[in-house]
Design a binder for this molecule. Sequence first.
Ligand code: SF4
Length: 84
Amino acid sequence: MSAVATGGYRVVVDPGRCENKQECLDVCPTDVFDMVKPRVGNLLLRLKIRVHGGLVAEATRESQCIGCMACVSACPENAITVTG
Ligand code: SF4
């Protein structure tokens, strides 16, 4: 999960839904996302993430979010929530 927002929007990626398809990286106009190796404790979730390449999206530059919702629309797994 992401850190507390400083730009007014909260961008959260559910690691249980993200499948490393990277659509959010492609569509985000302000380069909010990176693919990262998540630290999760749940064994089933760790296995699922490993099957999908070991990476999930994270809003590492959440403060740059402008709330356009392009990532929410683009994500095929409905893994992203943007609030603000
Ligand atoms: S809402 Fe727009 S600016 Fe914010 S993370 Fe998603 S694509 Fe990027």
